[in-house]
Structure formats: C-alpha cells, structure tokens
Ligand binder design. Structure first.
Ligand SMILES: CC1=C(CCC(=O)O)c2cc3nc(cc4[nH]c(cc5[nH]c(cc1n2)c(C)c5CCC(=O)O)c(CCC(=O)O)c4C)C(CCC(=O)O)=C3C
Ligand SMILES: [Fe+2]
Length: 351
C-alpha cells in the first residue's frame, strides 16, 4: 500500500524577511564564509526575496499527482523541506495525524552526492527523531538518484535541441556548456554507492554524453560539449569542482567561439542557481564578451521526466527502473574530515 508521496526539497525564501533566516539555516555548521552568505542573500533580494523553488516544486507536485492518478495511484502528494517552510518535521507530523504512514519519497535532486542524496535522508531521519513517538509506523521508500535514466536524459536532450535551434541551429553550431552545482572535491570523492570514486562527477559526464548524443542525432551534427560548474562556496583554500562557468566563457571567447548554450543538467528545475548564476551572472559575462547566449530549459515538468518519477514511485524499488542506482545505507559521505558515521541512516525504512 502507498498512502502518500512525499517530495523532499531544499526550500527557499518566500519574501525579503525570509532571506536571512533561510541563509542561516542553509549555512549552519557548513564552514561558509560570511561574505558568501551576504553575497547569496543579495542574489535572493534581487528577486524580491523570493526563491523560484517553491513555485516550481508546486508545479512538479501537480504534474506528478496527475501522472500517478493516470497510473491508478490516487494519493496526496505533499512536500517537506530541509531549510525552509514547510519543514520536513511539520509535514511528517501532518502525515502521522492523517494516518498516512507508507510513504514514497521523491527528492528534488537527481545525482548522488552528500548534498543531494544522503543529507536528505539524514534530514528525514532527523525529522523522525524530532517526532519521537508520533513517528512510529512510518515506512519511507525513496526513489532515485534518477539522473542516469532515459526519462531524465531525454528531457534534457529535447531542451538542448530547442536551445541550439534558438541560437542558429546546426549551421551555426554553438559550444555547449553542461552546467551543474560545484561541490568540494572531497564531497565528490565520497559520493555514490561506495567504492567507486567521484560518482557525482562521473554521473554528470555520463549524462552529458548521453544528452549530447541524443541531441546530436536529432540535429544531424555532432554537438561539441563540456561540463562546467556554478555556485561554488566554501573557503577559498578548499578545492571545489572546476571550471566555473564564467571562467570558461572567457576562455571560449578568447579562443574565438561566438555562441554558447548553457544546459543546466545538474538542476531539475529553475532554482536560484539557474535564474541567478546562469540567467543573470553568466548571461552578463557572455554579453560582456560579445558571445551569443541561450540557456537551455531545465527538465521541469517535461512529460517524459514526470513519467519517469511516476513510474519509479509506482514501482517502489529503485532497481526496477533502468539507470537508477541503489545509493544505499552508507552512500554519499560529506567528505568533511571526521564526519563518517552513518548512524542516522541506520533508521529502518529510510532506504
Ligand atoms: C549538489 C548540490 C545541489 C543539487 C542537489 C539538490 O538540489 O539538493 C544543491 C542544490 C541547492 N542549493 C541551494 C541553495 C544553497 N546551497 C548552498 C550551499 C551548498 N550547496 C551545495 C551543493 C548542492 N546544492 C554545497 C556543497 C554547498 C556548501 C554548503 C554545504 O556543504 O552544504 C547555499 C549556501 C550559500 C552558498 O554557499 O551558496 C544555498 C543558499 C538550493 C536552493 C535554490 C533556490 O532557492 O532556488 C538548491 C536547490
Ligand atoms: Fe546548494
């Protein structure tokens, strides 16, 4: 039996007065310098203090609910966040009060990493601990990481083809920069089911390759591509995945490239990183360099992507969806020195 679908997400501010407390939540205990906190707060304030993430998640939940009903599963689709309202613990409390305990979990992150996989499971375990006795009887079955699936790759390929055509098409082929969130190289090294080094980075390279191949077949020409990163934070002496999208734009312009498409395969929706880092900052960089610039769409509510999530929710077991790894109990360490023990992940049911 499935009682409910729980979308677990990052959360984001809904107005100017939310920004600072949200940023405090997002950076708590993470060694983020104050300058970065102020800088990123400024990104949010530029957008009236409103993160796009809440509205985009609401759209995804509507589309997912519809796709589930088409598959014969008519259950509530609810949301709980890590860093802003509705907080995960409050949502769990409501589920418990309604007697909805067999829960399928969809995380709004597609790849294996501490930030996108294990930390969300720790959030769930932490919320359960906060509920205490009220939490009894919950079973959580989490789907994903779902980046390396046909549904995700296909939706990104369609978006890339549209962006290339918008910028001149196959005749005037642009350089393609696939973009994802930078993470510390130590977090990358600790990512994935275990044993295999650098799963986060490797998954992105495989997804980028597959998206480029599918888009090239559609366009009838080989699209040149590379993987770049955005939204680096942390102290300067700690290595993070590189190159930064803006640095790479400068190098490409110096090499005589005239047109660039950025394709944000690292984000499932138009989060702040997309509307600020790519649509604002990278666009300004590109325009300052005289480059033609188009940003490809995120998968959003592409029917193929929504179908993938709905099929995985109905199947309930990750192994049954091709390309979805079982990123299990001890996967995706944080890479922080001394932060090893996966105690909260031993929680039964948070699989
Ligand atoms: C891999 C990854 C994803 C993708 C997976 C997923 O989607 O979860 C992601 C998503 C997001 N990150 C987001 C926002 C922020 N991330 C921060 C900081 C960090 N992110 C990291 C990684 C990731 N982050 C890391 C390693 C840090 C350093 C601190 C730490 O080790 O945890 C900070 C602090 C300030 C800063 O340093 O930038 C903020 C405000 C939002 C909301 C955007 C919106 O409002 O639309 C979303 C969806
Ligand atoms: Fe982030």
């Amino acid at each position: 039996m499935v009682d409910a679908v729980l979308v677990v997400s990052y959360g984001g501010p809904r107005g100017p007065e939310d920004v600072l407390p949200f940023m405090r939540n997002a950076t708590r205990g993470r060694g983020i310098p104050d300058e970065r906190l102020v800088e990123v707060s400024g990104h949010y304030q530029r957008f009236g203090g409103v993160s796009p993430i809440n509205e985009r998640n609401a759209e995804l939940m509507d589309a997912l609910g519809e796709a589930l009903r088409e598959r014969g599963l008519d259950v509530p689709v609810v949301i709980g966040n890590r860093n802003w309202t509705p907080y995960l613990a409050d949502t769990l409390r409501e589920l418990a009060a309604s007697g909805l305990r067999d829960v399928r979990v969809v995380i709004t992150a597609a790849y294996s990493s501490y930030s996108g996989c294990r930390q969300y499971r720790e959030d769930l375990a932490g919320a359960l601990a906060e509920l205490g006795e009220e939490a009894e009887g919950f079973t959580f079955t989490k789907i994903g990481p779902y980046a390396e699936t046909d549904g995700f790759v296909g939706a990104n390929a369609r978006a890339l083809v549209a962006a290339v055509r918008e910028l001149g098409g196959a005749e005037d082929l642009p350089a393609v920069l696939f973009v994802t969130h930078s993470i510390p190289t130590a977090m990358d090294a600790a990512s994935g089911p275990g044993g295999e080094e650098g799963t986060y980075h490797a998954q992105h390279l495989r997804v980028a390759e597959a998206v480029a191949r599918e888009a090239s077949a559609e366009l009838g020409v080989e699209v040149p591509w590379e993987l770049v990163f955005c939204s680096r934070s942390g102290a300067p002496h700690i290595p993070w995945l590189e190159p930064d999208v803006n640095d790479r734009l400068e190098e490409l312009a110096a090499d005589g490239v005239e047109r660039v498409v950025t394709a944000p395969i690292g984000f499932i929706n138009d989060h702040m990183e997309v509307v600020f880092d790519l649509d604002t900052e990278a666009r300004e960089t590109a325009e300052g360099l005289g480059l033609g610039y188009v940003r490809a769409a995120t998968v959003g509510v592409d029917p193929g992507f929504v179908a993938l999530l709905a099929d995985a929710v109905v199947a309930g077991e990750r192994g049954t969806i091709a390309g979805m790894p079982t990123c299990g109990a001890s996967c995706c360490g944080s890479g922080r020195p001394g932060a090893g023990a996966p105690t909260v992940l031993d929680n039964e049911g948070v699989s």
